[in-house]
Design a protein around this ligand. Structure first.
Ligand code: EPU
Length: 338
């Protein structure tokens, strides 16, 4: 393990944006992590934990503390019975590798989240989700190292306070823990969640009524490939905004005004797809210098090459202000902005 200096962060973000980190270290083991925490506390350096870099927008000025790139690997079954299996994954594993591991073992629960970029360590922070499934639906337990004390602590489902793309690690405990491993409770016999419209459409196209786990993850990979830009080709950080949850009276008003309004209703919560709002404001596929709004999914801001954080934030302000003027809705960023 070596603490490096002046490492450009754009190479560690799928957005390909960001200035240098004063200090940067790659860790593979808990002992290395504890050493780094000690060093940072002694030298009064702020810590930023980096996973896959697929949901961050680094500052053009860089980061004056130490960035810890998490490469802690390992996936194992920690307990099982006839119905359920508990799988533990270390936080530096790629999320999709974990999902594939569970599919190979014929375990149900993670299939809809296949192909979400990023690492396991980031998954509880924002309660990742796709196609009607969120991490919280299968989450069992996690271990995390307190960055102030170096102590290992455990968080169960309730402790994490999961919400839509939200958890305690995004609020009061933001930046205070390094997630070590995450455990998921999966089922040997499960029911697939296929009600999402894109999945339904693809199944119909193929005359497939009851796909198996492998067929489903292939379908999900195809849907994601069609809608979401590959960051290796067109740098981006996935959905830039959250889908806003709105009050019933505003919903009624908007429904009258826009008969084609798209929405999801879940447990009395009305969610409007931000991509639809942004498209309605005319941003879809438009380019503003080095940044733009993706042509197939207006929720994604893309870097056409050489964009800065400043370029992105200017576009973000423009989008937010148009959405507010047209729909009286305040969009909230989903990407972690440093
Ligand atoms: N829509 C438009 N125009 C657009 C984009 C979307 O009209 O430009 C409409 C679609 O037609 C559809 C609805 O909005 O009726 C929802 O669109 P989509 O299925 O593409 O998903 P989303 O709501 O935009 C969310 C997640 C994604 C996740 C997908 C699939 C958030 C912030 N985003 O996007 O997650 O993959 O659902 O489940 O909740 C991410 O978090 O980075 C991410 C990519």
């Amino acid at each position: 393990m070596e603490i490096l200096k002046d490492i450009k962060l754009n190479n560690y973000s799928t957005f390909k944006i960001g200035g240098p980190a004063d200090f940067f270290v790659i860790i593979e083991k808990k002992s290395e992590l504890l050493e780094v925490i000690n060093w940072a506390n002694k030298n009064k350096k702020e810590i930023f934990v980096l996973g896959g870099g697929s949901n961050v927008l680094f500052s053009d000025m860089g980061f004056s503390g130490i960035v810890i790139k998490n490469e802690m690997k390992g996936i194992e079954i920690v307990s099982e019975n006839e119905q359920e299996v508990i799988v533990r994954s270390y936080s530096g594993e790629l999320w999709s590798k974990l999902v594939y591991f569970t599919i190979e073992k014929n375990l149900y629960g993670l299939e809809n989240t296949f192909y979400i970029p990023g690492t396991v360590g980031a998954s509880p922070v924002q309660n990742i989700g796709a196609y009607g499934v969120e991490l919280k639906d299968v989450f069992y337990n996690l271990a995390a190292i307190n960055l102030e004390t170096g102590q290992e602590e455990y968080f169960n489902l309730r402790d994490c306070q999961f919400g839509y793309r939200d958890s305690i690690f995004k609020r009061v405990l933001k930046g205070k823990y390094f997630i070590l491993w995450v455990e998921m409770k999966l089922k040997r016999k499960g029911e697939l969640k296929l009600d999402y419209s894109d999945i339904q459409r693809t199944l119909n196209e193929r005359d497939l009524v009851e796909p198996n786990l492998k067929q489903l993850i292939e379908i999900i990979r195809e849907i994601r490939d069609q809608k979401l830009p590959n960051p290796a080709v067109l740098p981006n950080a996935g959905s830039f905004f959250k889908n806003p949850i709105i009050k019933a009276d505003l919903f009624e008003e908007l429904k009258n005004q826009y008969p084609d309004l798209k929405y999801f209703v879940n447990n009395d919560e009305i969610k409007i797809p931000a991509g639809w709002l942004i498209e309605k404001c005319g941003f879809k596929g438009r380019r503003f210098g080095a940044v733009g709004v993706y042509e197939k999914q207006a929720l994604i801001i893309v870097n056409h090459g050489g964009a800065t954080q400043k370029d992105v934030l200017e576009l973000v302000e423009q989008i937010k202000s148009e959405v507010k003027d047209n729909f009286k809705i305040d969009l909230e960023e989903e990407v972690n902005i440093l």
